[in-house]
Design a protein around this ligand. Structure first.
Ligand code: OGA
Ligand code: MN
Length: 378
């Protein structure tokens, strides 16, 4: 697969497989790409200073969009661990480095706990998945010393669902499978949405993806939410990835862009229902295992009503060790329109055990058992 492209480093030279659409072709190209070669020349880098001026390849697609500066007070931004909205850049939010620690720690230590649902639930007894962090932290701290150890539970974690728990089989959310959405993540999401012009956004469902270096996320559209006029927010941490954003149809070739640690992606309006995928998580450049924005926390004074909290050095050691070979992505969705209820379902549907045979669209190259991907067009 992809022999020619690997040798020449150009998408144009990659032979299209019979019946292959434009999106799938680029997905294959980036899946086999090698960092440090011309392979990545066509990937938009929002963090590069020139990105907005349209000099690099594909950069003409980058538009600097306006934020609603007055919708979020500097104080609420600070409470959520963000800089004042006037300092954000709309094509790629510059994170407040110290606070990325908080969200990474929440994803690994807190959100992975019950009552949230995760991919391990269907293989393991309830008691075994009770505290993934406690069970994994010693393993992770001594990762280097003991390379040939079995994988810790945190390293086997692939997804966690929050709020209305997404059912991977029926591709639906339902009223009777809900647990409280984390209030800190809800607050962060409301500030981001408001700054982008979506006042009154409600964080009702979350899907957290835990990528290893060989994980990919298949081509899909997020259409299970019932109100598509509300944005979908996506937060990235850890190793960088290539994100492909396509069109409404799979035969439209996608645009490739980097997702770096601290980047926030808002899919809204006409881009809410576009095909997208993650064909590649990039291994850290030689000698540097964490993106530099994660290396040191800012000595920050937190407001008294802050929703982010300091992360202890001890906890961060575990997170940092995990992130050396991982990427964590949080997506936050509003499922229902204001005043909307779930449509009533046939009884059998309601009775199904939702964790019994969940499918995950995160796919690992080296996993012995291939999981079903989401239906490409669903
Ligand atoms: C998703 C998704 C993108 C990413 O969870 O639906 O598209 O960057 N995630 O991981
Ligand atoms: Mn998605």
């Amino acid at each position: 697969m992809g022999k020619m492209a690997a040798a020449v480093g150009s998408v144009a030279t990659l032979a299209t497989e019979p019946g292959e659409d434009a999106f799938r072709k680029l997905f294959r190209f980036y899946r086999q790409s090698r960092p440090g070669t011309p392979d990545l020349g066509g990937v938009i880098d929002f963090s590069a200073a020139h990105a907005a001026r349209g000099t690099g390849p594909g950069a003409h697609k980058v538009i600097v969009s306006q934020l609603s500066v007055s919708s979020v007070s500097d104080h609420d931004a600070h409470r959520a661990g963000l800089q004042p909205v006037s300092k954000w850049r709309a094509y790629g939010l510059e994170g407040y480095p110290g606070y990325q620690w908080h969200w990474v720690k929440q994803c690994l230590k807190l959100y992975s706990q019950k009552p949230n649902v995760c991919n391990l639930d269907k293989h393991m007894a309830k008691e075994e998945t009770r505290d993934l962090w406690e069970q994994s932290k010693e393993f992770l701290r001594y990762k280097e010393v003991n390379k040939r150890r079995p994988r810790s539970l945190l390293e086997k974690l692939r997804w966690v669902t929050l709020g209305y728990h997404y059912n991977w089989d029926s591709k639906k959310y339902s009223a009777d499978h809900y647990t409280p959405f984390p209030s800190d993540l809800a607050f962060l999401s409301e500030q981001i949405a408001a700054a982008c012009g979506f006042q009154g956004f409600r964080a009702e469902a979350g899907i957290l993806n835990y990528y290893r270096l060989d994980s990919t996320l298949g081509i899909h559209v997020d259409r299970s939410e019932l109100d598509h006029s509300k944005p979908l927010l996506s937060f990235s941490f850890g190793q960088s990835a290539i994100f492909l954003l396509g069109g409404l149809k799979r035969d439209e070739a996608p645009t490739a862009m980097f997702m770096h640690s601290g980047d926030i992606m808002v899919m809204s309006g006409s881009s809410r229902l576009l095909n997208h995928a993650v064909p590649k998580v990039l291994p850290s450049p030689e000698g540097k295992s964490l993106p530099c924005c994660l290396e040191t926390p800012l000595p920050a004074v937190l407001p008294r009503d802050s929703v982010v909290e300091p992360c202890s050095v001890e906890d961060w050691k575990v997170c940092a060790s995990y992130l050396e070979t991982a990427r964590v992505n949080m997506t936050v969705r509003q499922v229902l329109a204001t005043d909307q209820d779930f449509p009533s379902e046939p009884r059998e549907e309601n009775k199904r055990d939702i964790t019994a045979e969940g499918f995950c669209h995160l796919d690992d190259k080296n996993s012995p058992v291939k999981r079903a991907r989401l239906n490409p067009d669903s």
